[in-house]
Design a protein around this ligand. Structure first.
Ligand SMILES: [Zn+2]
Ligand SMILES: [Zn+2]
Length: 181
């Protein structure tokens, strides 16, 4: 593989399509509509409301390992916008993940984050929520940021919140224009 091909793979591939409509080919869209279950039945859903669904990761890497997804098909962190809507969506996903872990593993140390394409398993954005420890311990390597790499494989919730945070100037201008960003 040439460096250019590799770079294209890392920086452009997977989940860069902006279309947020339902797609039948996406397993998380089908879970969101109830056509498919994350386990054996809808009892396997940890949460289901008009915007978000949560369920256990099928290959748990920690004491608790949950996924929170929006019902809307958002391909990945790469297709998020710096906007009130996307920032609010990430905040709600995180809030739900924290609540579920707090309920099921009170007092445990937690970790949250998102895979960056092409290191994501499914092209529908999902927040990984962990109650630690990782088990087996080496699995942690799949769910952490490596600052020395020239590209991100995994992004912490803080990083994604920062990247979606609408900037104050733009926000003020938008509210003058009737609230639309
Ligand atoms: Zn989807
Ligand atoms: Zn993932």
């Amino acid at each position: 593989m040439t460096w250019t091909t590799f770079k294209n793979l890392i920086f452009r591939s997977g989940g860069t399509n902006d279309d947020r409509g339902y797609r039948h080919s996406c397993i998380f869209c089908r879970i969101a509509t109830g056509e498919e279950f994350p386990g054996h039945s809808d009892n396997d859903l940890l949460h289901n409301d008009d915007k978000l669904v949560a369920f256990k990761d099928i290959k748990p890497a920690a004491t608790r390992h949950y996924l929170v997804i929006p019902k809307m098909h958002v391909a990945s962190v790469r297709t998020l916008n710096r906007s009130k809507e996307d920032h609010a969506m990430i905040c709600e996903m995180l809030k739900l993940g924290k609540e579920l872990l707090h309920r099921d593993a009170p007092g445990a140390e937690t970790r949250f984050g998102f895979h960056v394409p092409p290191f994501n398993s499914v092209d529908h954005i999902h927040l990984h929520c962990f109650a630690l420890p990782f088990s087996p311990a080496w699995k942690e390597s799949k769910y952490r940021q490596y600052p020395f790499l020239p590209f991100a494989t995994f992004m912490s919730e803080e990083e994604v919140l920062k990247r979606t945070q609408p900037d104050v100037g733009q926000d003020a201008k938008a509210s003058q224009q009737g609230g639309k960003l």
